[in-house]
Design a binder for this molecule. Structure first.
Ligand code: ATP
Ligand code: PRP
Length: 216
């Protein structure tokens, strides 16, 4: 039997994908939040889930270790999308990638004066391209999480991070000053698998599409 492997990350992506998995008939038989297993069987014997870090999802799909996956546009942008077909915006895990600074930092005048800014982020590519397009000189500092701390601790003048409700910025006395791009999660498919396993993958893609419409 031809097996289909879907890569998913725990937490937000998994939580918001569960109704879509259910509608597509491939809900996992175990809860990844409580199970220590990294490969989970689903309601369909020929479909399994692999549980990966959010930022590793495109890599698993690019190399064909997973046939499909669900990843945020932020992660896909940093990955670059090589080897991936991106047929669907699932409209889940919706937020915005933004530039934010301390509430008392005059970002507009720093930019006007041509100041060189230190920017901390997990999203180096998006940040580099954003500031280059604006003609702002920046020194980028790579972080792996809790970007909000960087301006408070004096590590950076600004951050590039994701904002949804704005609560995290508010609670830390930061404010958003620019939007870089809207973010949502996409279905991604290995390009070679789509050709070799089309008969098995196409109905699944269509099920996600139908579930997404019903869900929206
Ligand atoms: P990693 O484990 O690889 O460091 P992570 O901890 O950022 O990743 P999650 O927090 O689960 O992973 O986020 C997964 C995806 O959900 C992100 O890539 C982004 O697309 C989206 N996302 C992140 N934060 C929010 C938010 N506050 N609201 C809505 N969607 C979000
Ligand atoms: C994300 C993001 C922000 C926060 C924004 O973090 O990195 O910190 O959500 O959401 P808000 O505008 O609704 O407050 P997350 O909760 O995923 O934590 P993590 O990055 O540490 O996993």
């Amino acid at each position: 039997m031809l097996t289909i492997t879907l890569a998913l990350s725990k937490g937000r992506i998994f939580d918001e994908t569960l109704p879509l998995l259910d509608a597509a008939g491939i809900a996992p038989l175990e809860d990844p939040e409580t199970s220590r297993k990294l490969i989970l069987p689903t309601r369909r014997a020929d479909v399994r889930l692999v549980v990966v870090r959010a930022s590793d999802t495109p890599t698993y799909v690019q190399y064909g270790a997973a046939d499909l996956g669900i990843a945020g546009k932020d992660v896909l942008y940093e990955h670059g999308g090589a080897g991936l077909y991106q047929p669907l915006d699932l409209g889940i895990a919706v937020c915005r990638m933004m530039v934010a600074v301390r509430a008392d930092f005059d970002y507009a005048s720093a930019v006007r004066q041509g100041a060189r800014l230190r920017v901390a982020t997990k999203y180096l590519r998006a940040a580099r391209e954003h500031f280059a397009a604006k003609g702002v000189h920046v020194d980028l500092i790579k972080l792996y999480g809790s970007m909000e701390l960087a301006p408070l601790a004096g590590l950076a003048d600004a951050i590039v991070d994701l904002v949804a409700t704005g609560n995290t910025l508010r609670d830390n006395n930061l404010r958003a000053v620019e939007e870089i791009m809207p973010i949502s999660a996409r279905l991604i498919v290995n390009q070679a698998a789509l050709k070799l396993k089309r008969a098995a993958l196409q109905p699944l893609i269509e099920a996600f599409e139908g579930a997404r419409v019903a869900h929206a």
